[in-house]
Design a protein around this ligand. Structure first.
Ligand SMILES: [Zn+2]
Ligand SMILES: [Zn+2]
Length: 285
């Protein structure tokens, strides 16, 4: 199994991989630049080489990069849109430079438009970012959201529509990342056996489970359908340990990389969540 967590690159790129390994993980997610700033610098070649060596030596894979939070490729505001295109192109370039496997992206916000217009704007934005870009080993993952306000991505159909529209405009590899907290808060009752079965069936029918490349394993502070994006440590939220045991052992999900984005104040918190995923993945619910 591949179980991992989001680690910090504040010391170095290499350290993010070392930290994942030290905490008991064999896959990880990072930001390739500050997640709350438009400006980003290019990682240097020596740092990238050290990251690659550490990953090979310790077998930490896949490497997932999460896009910064400011990017909204669906925005109607010309300034935000222009900045988003430049910023996400930087994300693509850095992901390729770092030999990342996946680049996770939230599908943005359709405020001021119809949902359909927002989906189209987002898909066109993606294609614009990828003009002249080629990285066959990299796949952009559209992440499902809790669907608060005008957020795109609470329904599988929206993610699928973006992928279909984008495929007409770009050769970029596009697939999906599902976040368990976002699913639950969006109204998919994955804490319940029947709800999980329905969700997996729907995801398979609409997205194709082979196209779900990564699962963000987060418990949910918010109730079912609350549209609250508040991650909780494994077992402490509304999905609970039994819910995670069923998710982790589901025959159609168990091969996926599970990556934590839970609140962590110390190494102990991180280790506890990684241990919980490992323990529950061996459970027989
Ligand atoms: Zn997530
Ligand atoms: Zn979230």
């Amino acid at each position: 199994m591949r179980i991992g967590l989001h680690t910090s690159t504040s010391k170095s790129l290499e350290d993010a991989a070392l930290e994942a390994h030290r905490l008991g993980a064999n896959t990880f997610q990072i930001f390739s630049a500050s997640p709350r700033m438009w400006r980003a610098s290019k990682p240097d070649t020596a740092a990238i080489a050290l990251l690659r060596k550490a990953r090979e030596r310790l077998d930490v894979s896949p490497l997932v990069i999460h896009t910064n939070y400011l990017v909204n490729l669906a925005s109607l505001d010309p300034d935000i849109r222009a900045k988003s295109v430049v910023s996400f192109r930087g994300e693509l370039d850095r992901a390729k430079a770092l030999s990342a496997d996946y680049l996770v992206l939230h599908p943005g916000n359709f405020k001021g438009q119809t949902l359909e217009q927002g989906l189209a704007a987002f898909a066109l934005g993606l294609a614009e970012c990828a003009t002249g870009f080629s990285a066959p080993a990299l796949t952009v993952l559209l992440e499902n959201t809790v669907g608060s306000g005008h957020q795109i991505g609470r329904r599988f159909e929206e993610l699928r529509m973006i992928r279909d529209l984008a495929a007409r405009e770009t050769d970029l590899n596009i697939a999906y990342c599902l976040d368990t907290c976002h699913l639950f808060a969006a109204g998919f009752n994955i804490a319940d056996p029947a709800g999980l079965a329905e969700t997996v069936t729907a995801a398979d029918r609409i997205l194709g489970l082979d196209q779900v490349k990564v699962i963000h394993a987060n418990d949910s502070k918010g109730a079912l359908g609350s549209h609250l994006d508040r991650h909780e440590n494994i077992g402490k939220g509304h999905i609970g340990e039994t819910g995670f045991a069923r998710i982790l052992t589901h025959p159609k999900l168990r091969e996926k990389p599970f990556i934590l984005e839970t609140p962590v104040e110390s190494d102990e918190d991180a280790i506890r969540d990684i241990e919980a995923l490992k323990r529950l993945s061996l459970a027989r619910p």
